[in-house]
Structure formats: C-alpha cells, structure tokens
Design a protein around this ligand. Structure first.
Ligand code: ATP
Length: 477
C-alpha cells in the first residue's frame, strides 16, 4: 500500500502488528484445530442418529425432532458471542498500540518520567471494554442457561418417550435404553459444537478486516507500466503548478502553485522556516504521495508514467531521522544493494566519512547497531544512512537535513565528496543550517508552500531585504 495508507490511524504500527501476529494466529487455530473438531462432532451426530434409527426408528425420529432445541440454543449463543469477541479484540488492539508506542519511545517516556501515566492510560483504555465485557458476560451466562435448559428439555422428552414406547410394547426395554443412550452420547458432540461457535464467530469478525487489508488495491501502483524503455534517467526535475495536501489532512494546503525546475546534474537547496513544505517536496519526488493538481516531470516525462520501483532505484533519499535496522553496519549499508561487493561498500562508507569510525570498532563492519540503530550516535547513524544511499549510486539524491547531526568539518567533507563524485548527481538538499547549502547552484527559499526567492548564494545575499539575506545574517550573528 501507498505511504498515506500507513498514516491512517487505523493502520498504525501497533494495530497492524496485532492484525498480523494475533489475528492470523486465531484464524490459523480455527482452520487447523477447530475445524477438525467440528467435522468430528458433525459426523458423530450423523452416525449416532443413523444407528439409533436402526435400533428403534421411532426413537431415532424423536432424537432428530429434538435437534432444533440444540441448534436454536446454539444460534442464540452465537448471536451474543459476536459483539463480545469484537469488543474484546478492539480493547486489546488499543492496548497493543499503547505498548508498542511506549516501548519504541522508551527514552522519551523515561525522560519525562511518564511510566505511571502510561500504565494509567493502559488501564483507562480497558475500563470501558471491561464494563461492556462484564455486561456481555451476564448476558452470555443467561443465554448459556437458556441453551442448557433446552438441552435438558430434549433429554426429558427423549426419556419420557422411551417409557411410552416400552409401555406400549413398541420397543423392548433394552432397545429403548440403547436408543436413549445413543441419543445421550450424541449430545456432548452437540454441546462441543456450541462451545466452538463463539470462537468461529470471533474468527469471522477478525477475518473481515484481515481480508480487507489483503484485498485492498494500492492507490500508487509501483509496477505500472511494467516495461522500462531506458537504462537510467538523466535527473532533470520540473514541478509544474503543484498543489498538494496530505491525505490525512486534506483541508491543509501544504504546497500551492509550486513551480521549480532543477537541471540534471545540478544541486538545489530548499531553505525556509519550519513547516514551509520543504520535506513535502522531497516526499513528492519519492512519489510517496501524488499531488492533487499539477505534474512532476522527470526528464520531461510525467513521473506517474514511470515504473515506480525502477524510478525509486535511481533516487537516493536520506531522511530527517534516518532509521537503521537491527543488524550489522555492513547489512545496513548494503540495505537494498545486497549484491554490492566489499570494495563498493567501503567506498560508499568512505564517501560518507564513516569508514574510519567503522574500522576502529572491534568488530568493524560486523558491529551490530541495535534496534533502530540505538547503539550508534545520531551523527554516525546519519553517515551510515548516507553511505547506504550512496551505495545505490543514485542519479537524484535527496537529502533532508541529512547532515544536521554532524559537526561542520565532517559535513563539509561529505559535501565535498558528493561534489567530486565520479557519476553525475542531481542533488536536492533541505537544510536549516545555511552553511550547508552555500555551495548549491540554486537556493530556493520557501514560505507557506510557495517559492518566495530563488538564486545562487551570491545573488540572494545581495538583496538586503530578502528573506534569505536576513536569515543568513541572523545565523551568522
Ligand atoms: N505526514 C503528514 N501528514 C499530515 N501533515 C503533514 C505530514 N507531514 C508534514 N505535514 C504538514 O505539512 C506541512 C509542511 O511540512 P514539511 O515537513 O514539508 O515542512 P518543512 O518545511 O520540511 O518543515 P521542517 O523544516 O520543520 O522539517 C506542515 O504544516 C506539517 O505539519
């Protein structure tokens, strides 16, 4: 599914994890375990009824006639079980979201001494479902009682009818008792069927959302068109009258009449106040979202006409908060480029100014970085992420505050390495620290989703009243 789908509240990490792990487990239990028991119960009911018909057909008919008592009871039970299972599943999902969020943000939780509040929140999230669950339990118990009452009525009628048959000499005492016994032995199978009904019903209520996810068609299809007619793009970018809002907040216009041309092989920097829409420009270039209006052209062709997987292979993107995976540094650098040689890996790490640090570690490139890269510093994480992107040898490189955690000297070394790279890169950099972007061919100043100034550093700095000039002097002060 497209990125916007993952940003909807109902598709959060915790909820998706529950759906994938617990829900599918319940479905598996129903299919592999419960179904065999259900088949066994049904066959034993059928066999017992047939045998009891052979022994005494009158008794067999009565047994069949009494079956509706059991099934009506079962039906009432299954109706009541539906709401019961749905609510309890929802309660656990909310708890799962809370637990996964707290665990992944444990440093923030600890820093704000928020543990007690999280526990209270967890308890609160369960209060309403517990109340509803209690009421449902009482209702469920009463329904269970009614079902058992019907079952006992069926027994009483069967026994009473046996005495009548024996009384009227329509059956011997032995056959009457035999027939009744077969009937009695069938009842546990029916009861077992009943007890399985709530589980099966709960699985059905789980199946629907699970299949809704599986059946959903993504809005941004990555494999269409499937043929690719050139080997690599050149890297020219044009934004034509872009209007864009995030699908989760459609009323807030993030980019409005946004126009920008980036020549292949040039370097462009996007600067401006927080919330101006700089990162959104990069997100559109990665085609995480499609604009509501306008077109983005790559080499003069609408981006939507390219096979997205093929296109993304040629675009390198280092995010504001790069995430590493819980594995070795080598595997992290080779992420998405598993076939890269050791020499290529080292070359990319050298360009990202991280090779020296990695070599100084006892395990070198085999050092584990911990979950989300928690065992390396912010700056090291950024440099590993840059190395990972450079290993792709991208034609277009998007850097979103990618060097913000680095000291000025390391940052300069990386920018220099990128500038003197052997292959041609179109670079779009987002940065708050203006020293990062001074050497860019064009600096684009954005405000409220629009371009307000554009030009080289020397041109922009010359306009004394310009936004860039003011920003630059403010930072230098
Ligand atoms: N995933 C999202 N869903 C909804 N709104 C978003 C999302 N990401 C960003 N926004 C909103 O879009 C606007 C532009 O955000 P964007 O991240 O592009 O700004 P920015 O200029 O890069 O800011 P910063 O310099 O602080 O990173 C902001 O108002 C922000 O709240």
């Amino acid at each position: 599914n497209e990125v916007a789908w993952f940003e909807q509240p109902e598709n959060g990490v915790g909820l998706l994890a529950t759906r994938i792990v617990s829900d599918t487990c319940v479905i598996k239990t129903i299919i592999s375990d419960r179904m065999s028991v259900i088949v066994q119960c049904i066959s034993s009911i059928l066999i017992a009824t047939t045998v009891s018909m052979i022994v005494n057909w009158r008794m067999g008919l009565v047994a069949w006639a009494l079956m509706p008592c059991h099934f009506i009871g079962g039906l009432i039970q299954s109706k009541s079980a539906k709401g019961f299972s749905g609510d309890s599943a929802l309660a656990h999902q909310q708890l799962a979201v809370l637990a996964s969020e707290s665990a992944s943000n444990i440093r923030t939780v600890a820093a704000f001494v928020h543990e007690e509040q999280m526990i209270t929140k967890a308890k609160l999230s369960l209060e309403e479902p517990t109340r509803i669950g209690r009421l449902q339990s009482i209702k469920y118990g009463m329904i269970q009682g009614t079902s058992l009452f019907l079952w006992n009525v069926a027994h009483a009628v069967a026994l009473w009818y046996t005495t009548i048959l024996v009384d009227k000499n329509q059956s011997s005492f032995e056959d009457g008792i035999r027939s009744y016994q077969i009937f009695s032995l069938t009842v546990p199978s029916i009861t077992e069927l009943w007890t399985l009904i709530p589980t099966v019903v709960s699985a059905i209520s789980i199946l629907k959302p699970a299949f809704d996810i599986l059946d959903r068609e993504t809005r941004i299809v990555p494999d269409v068109p499937d043929e690719v007619n050139c080997e690599r793009i050149l890297g020219g970018i044009e934004f034509e009258g872009i209007r864009f809002s995030y699908p989760s907040r459609p009323q807030a216009v993030v980019l409005d009449s946004f126009v920008l041309t980036v020549k292949a092989g040039s370097s462009v920097a996007l600067v401006g106040p927080s919330g101006a829409g700089k990162s959104s420009v990069l997100a559109l270039l990665m085609r995480f979202y499609d604009p509501a209006q306008g077109r983005i052209l790559i080499d003069r062709k609408d981006m939507r006409e390219y096979n997205l997987r093929w296109l993304r292979q040629q675009i390198g993107f280092v995010q504001q908060e790069p995430l590493l995976f819980s594995s070795t540094i080598r595997e992290n650098i080779r992420y998405g480029n598993e076939g890269a040689s050791e020499a290529e890996t080292v070359e990319a790490a050298t360009e990202a100014n991280i090779h020296e640090f990695i070599s100084s570690l006892p395990d070198g490139y085999d050092t584990m970085v911990g979950e989300k890269g928690c065992q390396v510093s912010g700056g090291q994480k950024q440099r590993i992420a840059i190395a990972r992107t450079l290993l792709k040898r991208p034609v277009i490189l998007l850097l979103d505050e990618a060097t913000s955690a680095l000291d000025a000297e390391t940052e300069r070394a990386i920018v220099r390495a990128l500038g003197s790279s052997k292959w041609r890169i179109t670079r779009v950099t987002v940065a708050h620290r203006l020293s990062t972007v001074i050497s860019s061919d064009i600096i684009v100043v954005m405000e409220k989703g629009k371009v307000v100034e554009m030009g080289s550093h020397s041109t922009l700095i010359g306009e004394a009243d310009g936004v860039y000039s003011k920003l630059f002097h403010l930072q230098n002060q």
